[in-house]
Design a protein around this ligand. Sequence first.
Ligand code: ZN
Length: 380
Amino acid sequence: MAKSTVALPLPAQHLGTARHVTVHRYGTPGARPKAYVQAGLHADEIPGMLVAHHLIARLDEADRSGAIRGEVIVVPVANPIGLDQYLAGRLHGRSSLEHGQNFNRGFADLVETVAPRLEGRLGGDAAGNVAAIRAALLEALGETRSGSDVQALRRTLLTLAIDADIVLDLHCDLESLMHMYVSDDLWPGAADLAAQLGCRAVMLAGDSGGDPFDEACSMPWWKLRLRFGERFPVPSACLSATVELRGKSDVQDGTAASDADNILRFLQRRGLVAGAPGPVPPARCAATPLSGVDRLIAPLPGIVAFRREIGDLVRKGEVVAEIVDPTAEDPRAARTPLVSRTAGLLWSRTQMKMAAAGETVAAVAGTLPLSDRTWSLLVD
Ligand SMILES: [Zn+2]
């Protein structure tokens, strides 16, 4: 079936307004494997949108030559609501200015809804169970109510993705290296994706506490396995990852085209697109627990003066940055050091050089969990 592009309407939040989500569809609906790729859920994260543009060009070419094997869905601009949030001439993504919620939190956790319905619908056949669980998830999602446009957007996106075999949610960090977040249940199964993308860090978590998009797609599988796994086979049927395409300013055709090539190779390797992907490149990192990430927080406001660069390996106890208060009477007392509590890779830094008190200014990926990280592992 030829490629199609459709505009899915979102309900109006305000009189006289209308928005839609543009969806590029390849292959036959319902064909397997199914992959879903979206970009820009946080709206002001542009790298993924350019990667999606290049990926769409490659998939169009594959479609014209009859090389699409399964079903591929690409949503290059996943958040038209956030993209409209200009304030004093600047785009403010990440959270809804109207509702105060992070756009990548609060996706439906359907496990409690579908679990009782799956009693009597599961059996000894893993493939049959996968189909039954996907149908139950879609059914439960269809029953959810959306009171606001943001909730409707979440439901629209999740409905496109929740029954997919592969889900790639393209984001970016502030100033960062290529990295990704994935469920620990999916590791090392997703190691070829990380290696193909050239990830310099991979953060693993179970339930990170915020119901982000990638976990809404992958979490049902391991949670339902905990519930039914002793009686029935429940595989991890959705490889879902949040891919962080470096930093906000890393928007160039060259890297975007290369990233799209790598995603296409991954899709070829997973049987969605015909063609030889070539060998998996050597991994550029080992995976580390998300609970091992030390987020360095400015205890007071001031200028952020970094001592270390992105990509540096830092030692436990090492000063990564100093918060400088130029109004201090004595310059010798104007600097507050920020020390890493773990040894590991400095993979993220803020690009804002004036920190507010309590603001995260850098992150170090350590190999060991930090004891004080117990509730939500994600930053707001
Ligand atoms: Zn993001």
